[in-house]
Structures are given as C-alpha cells and as structure tokens.
Design a protein around this ligand. Sequence first.
Ligand code: SF4
Length: 429
Amino acid sequence: MKVYLHTIGCRLNQSEIETMARQLLAAGHEIVAEADQADKVIINTCAVTSKAARDGRSLTRRIHRHNPQAEIILTGCYAAIAPAELSQIEGAGRIVSNQDKDKLVQIIDPQARIDLPVFDQEPIMREFLAGGRVANTRAFIKAQDGCDNKCTFCITTVARGAGRSRHLGDVVAEIQALTAAGYQEAVLTGVHLGSYGRDLHNKTDLRDLVAAILTYTDIPRLRLSSLEPWEIPDGFFELWRNPRLLPHLHMPLQSGSDKILRRMARRTSRASFRQLAAAARAAIPNLNLTTDIIVGFPGETGADFEESLGFVREIGFTRLHVFAYSQRPGTAAANMPGHLPNAVKKERSHRMIALGEELSLAFHRQYEGETREVLWETAVGANGAGLQWAGYTDNYIRVQAIGPDDLFNRITPTELFQAQPEGISGQIL
Ligand code: SF4
C-alpha cells in the first residue's frame, strides 16, 4: 500500500505522524512524497485556530480532486471535536478520533504491528532518516498527551482529553533506538509537558524523565518543545549543567496583561512569569526564551494591549509566535463578551510581530563573531560555491551557510555573522 502522510499544527502532531510512518514502513508499506501517488492518505488535523481547521478542509478537497481513488483518513484535534462536520467534506473517508490515533495504522492494516519492539524499529528509523521524507534530523518524541488545565481559549484540552504520560522507559528506549539509527537531536513533545508523570503510579516528573534520557541514552542533543510556565519541577533548571540539554525554552505567556491572563484562566501572572524567566536565565547560559502571544482576546482594551507589549519587551523574548484570537466553538472564551473586530486584531498582530522581529534581531546580533554548533538539516539552495544549507544552533538560532554536499544531519562548529530577524549567516569551520 502506498501511503501519503500529512500533518497540520503542533510538534505533537508531527511526532505522531512520524510514529505512524515507522509503523507503516515496518509493515512493508511505502511512504510516498506526493498525495496523487497514494492509495491511502492520512491527515493529522489541527483545530487550534479557525485557519488550521480551514487548512484541513481545503487540503482534503484538493487531494480528493487530484486523486479521487485514494481513501483520505482524517484524525487529529479537528476530527476529535467536529467528526460530523469533517465527514461532510468532499473526499473525507474514515474519521479516527485522537483516542484511537495510536491504533490508526492497525485500523487501516489489521496485520500491521503497532507495538513493534523499539529496537526492531532501528533499521526503519535509519531508512526513514536517510529518506528525509516526513522526518527531519530532529526526532519529535511524544512523552505526554492531553491536559487537565482549562485555559478559556484552548480547544486542545477539549480535543485531546485528560493528561496522560508515556512510561519513562518507553521514551528512553525510543530515543536510544533513534540515536542508534543516526538521529542527532530528540525533541520532547506533549500537550502539557510540565505535568509529565503526574498520572503514573511511580510518581516521576519531567525532571526525572529528562535526567533519565541524559543518563541512559547517547542522543547528542535533547530539546524541549513547549513548557507551560507553571508546574516546573524543583531544581529543573539545574539539568542544564549537561550541555546535551539545549539552551532553548518555549514558554507560552499568551498575554502580558494580568487582567487578560485571568480571563484566559492562565495559571501564571506577570510577577510569577518574570520570576521564572529570571531563574531560567540565571541557570542556563545563552538561553533562547521564546513564547506564544494571543492578541485581541475578548475584552482586551487598548491599555491592556499596551501593557502586554510592554511586558513582552521587558522580558526580552527572543522569538514570538503571535496569534490573533480565534473564536473556537466549545471553549469558554467563545461565549465571553467583548469580542474585537478583525481589523483591531490585525493591527495588534502587526505591532506585536514587529516587536518580535526587533527582539529576535537584537538577540541574533549578540552572536555575530561567535562560533556555535549547528545541526544541518536541509539544503535550501545552491550557488557556484556549493549548496546553501539551513540548520539550527544549540540555542535554536536558524543559520544558513554554504557547505559541502554531505552536510545533512551533521553537527559542525560554525562562525556566525550578519544577523537578521529570522536568523543569522554562518561560515562552516
Ligand atoms: S495548558 Fe492551557 S493552553 Fe495549554 S493545552 Fe492546557 S488548556 Fe490548552
């Protein structure tokens, strides 16, 4: 069977699609790069914004138009919150909920094994890495799913259900197999990583998980995807004494106004976030602190927005993911008073994005003339001097440099120069 895989949205979705791909390859199926070559298409949908949901619908129609024979299987958060709506889309085939997603490959091929011992997957992982198909050089590892918080704008907690953790031993074994297969970097993902282990009998936490990965695997680089700014285990930042744990933290603030943080039911405040950011910076040299910000939340006045801008500048984030508030049916905020016109949300997005670019450029400028380790991922162009490669430093600065043909998945010392808001140029040493 030829299968085309597509994921929309977060890194957790990415890690799930990568696992499905490995299971399909292990079952003897072929992963194809183009949907019009496929017998089956799997789309891991997202519902975090109305745009993400729209992307899932239009992709389904488009693939069906070009390949009406293929069955299109839809899973993910959009499939979880609106299965009936999604099944009405032209071309939509089976809808598989998030709860059944881990069994999806067995649903489409009952002979396939989804519990393949991790080490038996190593050749698959090696072929997968070499193929450079769905995966890139960083392996996204699902450590946790679901969330017990109730942020008022969030549909993810609705779509993915209660918080649940994978067993520490399974995560460690998967990362060791990926390392043996040649991966240079693992990215721990979850909906609410900070709650890792809370549901497990032997009361481990995220600190234990990270420490175990650093101790029992040889992965050269370990990165955390996103960490809500509360429930950070005690002594967590001490783990960064190990240079394999990368100096990059993505901690969604969502708003720099305490009034709006309360309306969002976020379990953080300006004061506690300021303290957490200071503690992280004190413990982690060269820390790249990035965040998510929602602008135009219901009830956000001009003064609240200015306060948010001011706080973002004060914390000095180094990259912002800016979202204009998107009303999601099924969330508490959808029924709140004070929804803002799109024009206001758009104007505030532009201003917050501009601030983000200013802060990113200032951060990248600090590294001009410095040498850092870069993991090279993709060739993005070529000129007379060679291939133009793109990759990331340990502290998640995007670097582009001219280099030899065989740079894929290699880590090299690179001298940095010429900062830009989106990254920096490099000279491979
Ligand atoms: S912590 Fe809040 S924003 Fe994050 S997944 Fe849970 S409910 Fe959603």
